[in-house]
Design a protein around this ligand. Sequence first.
Ligand code: BF8
Length: 686
Amino acid sequence: MDEKEKNIKKSSEVCEKCKFVNRRDFLKVTTAASVAGVVLGSTDVFGKGKAVSAAKHVADQAKNFEVEPITARLIKHAKKLGIDLVWDRETPCEFASEGNGGAAGMCCFRCQMGPCTLGEATGYDRGTCGSTADTIVARGLVRRVGGGAASHVEHTRATAKTLRDVATGKIKDYHITDKAKLEAIYKGLKCKGKNKALAVAKKCLEDLGKDEGTPAWLTYKANPERKTQWKKLGILPTGAGAELSESYHRTTMGVDADMVHLATDSLKLGLVDGYCGLHPASALQDVLFGTPKLVTSKANLSVIDANKINIVLHGHEPLLSEKIVAAAMTYPSPPKPINVVGVCCTGNEVLMRKGVPLAGSMVQQELAIITGAVEAMVVDVQCVIPNIQQVAEHFHTKIITTNPHAKITGATHIEFKPEEADKIAKQIVKTAVANFSKRKKRKVMIPDTPPANIMAGFSVEQIVGALAKVNSSDPLKPLIDNIAGNNIRGIVAIVGCVTPRTLYGYNHMILTKKLLKENILVVGTGCWAHVAGQHGLLEPNPDYPGVGNGLKAVLDAVAKANGAPALPPCWHMGSCVDNSRIEDVLNAVADYLKVGIKDLPVAASAPEFITEKAVSIGVWAVNLGVLTHVGGQPFVSGSKNMVKLLTRDVEKLVGGRFHVETDPEKAAEEIIAHINKKRKKLGLPV
Ligand code: BF8
């Protein structure tokens, strides 16, 4: 019996002893069953027990779902090589079962009297200090939303500091690319001063540093009705740093112990994420690198080319990646052509602006290395799993960390400094080129299934531009008319991560396809876009397979007006910080109809979320008034009161709410019902 089989057997035994299904173990078995299903063509290989039957239920439900063959083959290849992947590894927490302990948010590490775990696992309903499940769960949520918001705030900080130094001339390697966007932001933020880039950059940095007053980006971007409501609720944030610091203070031992009071801090941090993170990060990148326009490319791991020197860009911040793309294109006489491809949201960034092919989503990062043909994986920050270094050690691949905040033991660190961006980018490309000679041909295994064709680049400006070709004097009218006429039933943003806890891409694809069939326009970002691309949903196919007739007619008409044979059924709007673009679309539609976002036939979904960033983006979306589906509970199920607050009561406060549903079919039904309800309220046909 090998190690994996032993683990699976252990999991099954644990579950049989429990009076409930141990969620973590259940997931391990499910995942293992899924992977085995892919590899062995069978899903019922693990004997009996509650967890196994639960796994079988999921596997049965997914029996018609095919993991796309490139990923399936590389998973199988990794197994053959004895290399474990994110799908395989244990989650070592014994109090991690549903309704209990960690997964339910009831493990508290806030002081050394603990750690305390409440609930069925221990029988305790209070921690040593007397904290209840409500308090512990709420504090945990505040810290998770804070973690997500901080990630995007640091993204903004890096971008704004670069823009500032470009504006003063200290940095010479970057330039202002989109002057019109800079002008619009300058006006929107009510900046002053002749050096517009400097004024904008300073305003963004002020938003991060201030501890009085509302962030300028919130004032600029948020709908007036929303601002009034947030003010009434007392959740208008001030500067990001002050809010994040306050949240840490409130959640430390012996401070805030009121669930509702803590929950309002989560809402506030969601706004910090939206207006000190997502919006400024995305917009300043447009200023520096250009606002995306429609672009065609390819998606999936087979963009890695055995006949080329392959550099994989991975992480989230495109400051360095943009330069690596340029350095690769101008590299003098490499022994083979250089092929730059992207993973995660850095991949999305360089796809949107440069057409760089997408190699894969977060869970595929290890598989990119398994191809044996990657000379360098260059990583910056976020969603970079440390195990890539372990995988790389089986091959010649160099993992190159670049951000001063993020190193990985064993990896090569070439620190990025924006003032030396060109030089550092060249050095990294040179390192990759030199590493090519160490590639072992016998270790190369790139599946021969070709990557999918994709079209991306759906910025707001590009969407409006495309609609303007249908109606130049009133570009939004065609969209609104088609929503009113029910050709487009509604708009759903599907965003966020890909989970290793089910068949690869299962939730994303079932949900997306069901919505398209029901004439719902699907826009999206993040790792969803990788999966959608790999399944052909970003391909401009004039047959529009699986798309409802109404939506198909609209897509076709807009394509024809733009002289294109087709548009993709789903619109790829970028990386996770580009969720800000989606708010701009929602605000434009709401303004046009003179209603609030909460009244629109729209919804959001993160059916496979895993990161804190996805949680904070979700809270921001709920604040906007959007029904936000999540494909699992964000470690809050230990508090019934908190669950009720997040899934019901919060709607009375901000108009949006969370909807938790692991089954993507059921999630689609709930979303469609919600959209129909909103349509009826607006007096639109259903
Ligand atoms: O910021 S979708 S796994 S890559 S967190 Fe990470 Fe999730 Fe992917 Fe992009 Ni977003």
